[in-house]
Design a protein around this ligand. Structure first.
Ligand SMILES: [Zn+2]
Length: 67
């Protein structure tokens, strides 16, 4: 694990926070041990769209069944 700010390997884990956080000794910058990916893959985007559409259709169906 290296600091994303200065690429130093002199980092210490910050166990006080539940999320895996670490602090760089060199620049004192806090960062996450497992940073989230910058962008989702096309596969994940497609899956999210499918789920979103499914909820949308269900919502319309519910609305149509209302008296
Ligand atoms: Zn650093």
């Amino acid at each position: 694990m290296v600091c994303p700010n200065c690429q130093s390997s002199k980092v210490v884990k910050n166990g006080r926070i539940k999320v895996n956080r670490a602090i760089c000794v060199e620049c004192n910058r806090q960062f996450s041990e497992n940073p989230l990916p910058q962008s989702y893959s096309a596969e994940v985007k497609a899956l999210c769209q499918t789920i979103h559409n499914g909820i949308g259709f269900r919502g319309i169906e519910r609305a149509e069944n209302q008296p």
